[in-house]
Design a protein around this ligand. Structure first.
Ligand code: 2BA
Length: 110
């Protein structure tokens, strides 16, 4: 058995969860925050049999879109006060999905 941990953008989460549920997968949705952009994202836990990993990845690929986001670098107050130039916003590409596939040693529902 595997545990798939998928971090997706909030805007894609509803469609991904609907598609997974329609295809019969059980999911847990966790509200999370990316450490870099410090914006909300969604972490989805999906417990599956080994042979279901690739079909789940196909669903994630289908419903998660890569998007370009702008982030303004934050300077410490002391540096900001002495900065003589504007700090340019930085463009980053976020997603589709960041996925970890973990071996599950034991699964119980008690
Ligand atoms: P964030 O940490 O908010 O990162 C958002 C996007 O910012 C990343 O997109 C990446 O393009 C960029 N980025 C992140 N750290 C960076 C850095 N140190 N320097 C320059 N650019 C950086 P994704 O790679 O698609 O990641 C989307 C979200 O997935 C991340 O949101 C984070 O919540 C999660 N994530 C990605 N890689 C991870 C990892 N190795 N471990 C845990 N979570 C991860």
């Amino acid at each position: 058995m595997k545990l798939i941990v998928a971090i997706v953008q909030d805007v894609d989460a509803g469609r991904v969860l609907d598609a997974l549920m329609t295809e019969g997968y059980r999911t847990t949705k966790i509200s999370s925050t990316g450490g870099f952009l410090v914006r909300g994202n969604t972490t989805i836990l999906i417990g599956v049999q080994d042979e279901q990993v690739d079909p789940v990845l196909d669903v994630l690929r289908k419903h998660c879109e890569a998007r370009r986001e702008f982030v303004s670098p934050v300077l410490p107050l002391s540096e900001a006060a002495s900065a003589h130039h504007w700090v340019q916003p930085m463009e980053v590409e976020v997603g589709g999905a960041t996925v970890f596939v973990l071996d599950v040693e034991r699964f119980e529902q008690v």
